[in-house]
Design a protein. Structure first.
Length: 290
C-alpha cells in the first residue's frame, strides 16, 4: 500500500509533475498512448487499468459495463442509465461534463483567465474577431476533466450546432502546474471551437481543448476524428440538433471544455474555481427567463 501512496505524493509535487508530463516528447508520447490504449487483450487491459487506478481515483461503479476490451474502452465508457440527472429548468444551462471548475466568471472585455494572474485574449483561443465580439463582457466557465472522470460531454441546453473550427496545436498537459507555467496554454493546444445557438437565438460556444495523451476529439455529427494527424478542412460547416443532456461527443482520455456565453448570463450558485461539478448540474443561468 505504501508504493501507490508514495507515487501519488510524488506526482502531486508541482515541479516534478510538470517535468514528467510536459518535458517529455509530448506528441510522440500521445501517439504511442493512443496506439497502446486500443490494444484489445484482456491481460493488457486489466494491467493498464490497474496501473491507472494507482495514479488516479478511478471509480467505475457508475459505468454501464464492468469488463473492458482495452484501456481506451474504459476511457470512453458510458454511464448507467440514471447515473446523472439533467437540470430541467429552462433558465439553466447544465454542465456538459463531469469536471473540476477552473477559472470562471465575467470576461474582462474580451480577455479570460487561464489561472490566477494569467490572462489570455479570446482572439488567440477562438481565432475569429466577430465571434470574439459576440462574447464581449460575457461569461465563461473552464471545466477540467481529470483523467479518472467520465469523458463524454453533453448539450447544456436544447441547441443547434452551426459550425466547428478545428485548430491543430500542441498537447501540453492542462493540469494546474502547467496552467501556472505555460502562458496562453489553451491557445497553444489542439482544440475545436463549436459554435451553437440556443432555442431562443442566443449564441453559446463550447471549446474542447485536447492535451497530452488526449489529442483526439470525437463529435457525433462529424464522420472524422479530430486529432493531430487530421488533414481535412479546418472550417467544418454543418448543422446538428441536440436536446439538453444529449451526448455530443467525447475525449479519448480527459481534458478541458471552456464554455462561453454572451453578456447577461451568470454563474449558478456553487459554481466557483476548484468546485467539482457533474454533468447535468446547474452551470449558467440565462437572463430574462423566470
Amino acid at each position: 500500500m505504501k508504493s501507490p501512496r508514495l507515487l501519488a505524493r510524488l506526482t502531486d509535487q508541482e515541479d516534478l509533475n510538470f517535468l514528467l508530463t510536459n518535458r517529455l516528447p509530448r506528441a510522440l508520447l500521445t501517439r504511442f498512448v493512443g496506439w497502446f490504449s486500443k490494444i484489445e487483450h484482456p491481460l493488457v487491459a486489466r494491467l493498464s487499468i490497474a496501473i491507472w487506478k494507482t495514479f488516479a481515483e478511478l471509480d467505475l461503479s457508475e459505468a454501464r459495463k464492468q469488463e473492458f476490451r482495452s484501456m481506451h474502452d474504459c476511457f470512453t465508457r458510458e454511464l448507467k442509465d440514471g447515473a446523472r440527472t439533467i437540470d430541467a429548468d429552462p433558465a439553466i444551462l447544465s454542465s456538459p461534463c463531469d469536471a473540476i471548475v477552473g477559472a470562471c466568471g465575467l470576461l474582462d472585455g474580451v480577455t479570460a483567465l487561464q489561472a490566477k494572474g494569467a490572462p489570455y485574449p479570446l482572439i488567440d483561443l477562438l481565432g475569429d474577431p466577430a465571434l470574439v465580439e459576440t462574447y464581449r463582457d460575457g461569461s465563461y466557465v473552464t471545466l477540467r476533466l481529470k483523467s479518472s472522470m467520465y469523458h463524454r460531454f453533453h448539450a447544456p441546453a436544447d441547441l443547434d450546432v452551426e459550425h466547428v473550427t478545428y485548430i491543430s496545436g500542441d498537447v501540453w498537459n492542462v493540469n494546474p502546474p502547467a496552467l501556472k507555467r505555460v502562458e496562453r496554454l489553451y491557445c497553444k493546444n489542439e482544440r475545436a471551437v463549436i459554435r451553437t445557438r440556443l432555442a431562443d437565438g442566443a449564441p453559446l460556444t463550447l471549446v474542447p481543448v485536447a492535451a497530452i495523451l488526449v489529442a483526439s476529439i470525437r463529435l457525433h455529427w462529424l464522420d472524422v476524428l479530430l486529432h493531430l494527424r487530421y488533414r481535412g478542412p479546418n472550417e467544418i460547416p454543418g448543422t446538428a440538433r441536440f436536446a439538453k443532456g444529449q451526448e455530443m461527443g467525447w475525449f479519448q482520455h480527459g481534458s478541458t471544455i471552456i464554455v462561453f456565453a454572451p453578456k447577461g448570463f451568470s454563474l449558478c450558485a456553487g459554481v466557483g474555481e476548484g468546485s467539482p461539478i457533474r454533468m447535468g448540474e446547474p452551470l449558467l443561468r440565462r437572463p430574462g427567463i423566470a
